[in-house]
Write a protein that binds this ligand. Structure first.
Ligand code: ATP
Length: 353
């Protein structure tokens, strides 16, 4: 096997596209997160990969093999669902061994294999328990062990952490990622939680309205968003509407030094991350007058809400970064380093023209 490739995958339900023209490569041994808001098509895409849903058009390749029409049970893909879908009347060991026994593996061999897998997910003492006697995190580990029993070529997980509370979820993200790296298994995880995607993934596929907006490493997606949707959905961003001109962008009568990338007169949206705007005395372009309208202390970070010459803006500082604290009503200056400005076409303004 060498990776999973989707070629022009589309899924239509009635007249609506749930997934539109997805061309994606999932690297062998990599963990890829499908990330996007509710209804963007990520589960439909995962279900097509699993063979639980037939694509309307396009092809799914596993290495050189076209598996588009291969039924789910012949794909050798392991799946973990949101609900875990464990059998409550079976023991933990029997749950893990289930797929092996129904595919003809002898009972003792299946139980031995199950014990090895339970060891892998740190549940070696729990084989005899019933599912009802486990915590949420332990159930999730059983679901993972069960999905790994068939030594799948590809491991698919649909919102695997959503039944867990916030703290446990973070622990399980790290645990799952370490396990996946140890096994080197090609893995695809559906999530709507960007922190989860950034914690676990080698690559993130950001989706909206059935379309792939961007695919890249967590660093790429955060620092080099390719469009306004990605900049807005991943992390926080301040947005300003403006017009491209030579060497800059005009926003509310001010020209910001920036690399516009568009011809003069083009409507654009400028974005800057709250931690990239600076409230310091360093000389540089794009200094704006500002008034502090609100201060939010978030423990390790402090957020300053500003009213600036070009509109409202949020600036974030890590505590200990050396900035003297500002208070509501203080006058200050905010600096927008040109290399921190992302400039995108303003599709809404263009559509209105
Ligand atoms: P969520 O995070 O809420 O699960 P999602 O990103 O996984 O959302 P999908 O479940 O893939 O989104 O749904 C994508 C779109 O396709 C939605 O508009 C949904 O209503 C529609 N859809 C999904 N399954 C079906 C179906 N079987 N019949 C009709 N429409 C469907």
């Amino acid at each position: 096997m060498s990776g999973l490739v989707l070629k022009g995958i589309t899924k239509k339900f009635g007249g609506t596209y749930a997934v539109e023209q997805a061309d994606l490569t999932f690297g062998e041994g990599a963990l890829t997160a499908l990330l996007g808001p509710s209804g963007c098509g990520k589960t439909t895409l995962l279900r097509m990969i699993a063979g639980l849903e037939a694509p309307t058009t396009g092809a799914i390749m596993l290495g050189k093999r076209n598996i588009t029409d291969l039924p789910a049970h012949k794909r050798k893909f392991g799946m973990v669902f949101q609900s875990f879908a464990l059998f409550p009347h079976l023991s933990v060991r029997e749950n893990v061994a289930y797929s092996l026994t129904i595919s003809g593996v002898a009972r003792t061999a299946a139980a031995e294999k199950a014990d090895t897998l339970l060891d892998l997910v740190q549940l070696s003492q729990m084989g005899d328990r019933r599912i009802g006697e486990l915590s949420g995190g332990q159930r999730q580990r059983v679901a993972i062990a069960r999905a790994l029993a068939q030594e799948p070529d590809v491991f698919l997980l649909d919102e695997p952490m959503s039944a867990l509370d916030a703290k446990l979820r973070e622990e399980m993200q790290v645990e799952l990622r370490l396990l996946q790296q140890r096994l080197g298994i090609t893995t695809i995880v559906v999530t709507h939680d960007q922190r989860e995607a950034m914690t676990m993934a080698d690559e993130i596929v950001v989706m909206s309205n059935g379309r792939v907006e961007q695919k890249g490493s967590p660093q790429d997606i955060y620092h080099r968003p390719e469009n306004a949707f990605v900049a807005d959905f991943i992390g926080k961003a301040n947005f300003f509407d403006g017009i491209s001109e030579k060497g800059g962008i005009k926003v509310r009568g001010r020209t910001l030094a920036a690399e516009p990338g568009f011809h003069a007169g083009y409507p654009v949206r400028v974005a800057i991350r709250p931690e990239r705007a600076a409230l310091d005395d360093t000389d540089g372009p794009n200094r704006l007058n500002a008034t502090v309208t609100f201060v939010r202390d978030l423990g390790p970070h402090r957020e300053y809400h500003l009213d600036t010459e070009i509109g409202p803006m949020i600036v974030e500082y890590a505590i200990g970064e050396g900035l003297s604290p500002l208070a509501k009503g203080d006058k200050t200056e905010v600096r927008l380093p040109p290399d921190a400005l992302h400039v995108f076409p303003n599709t809404t303004a263009m559509a209105a023209e």
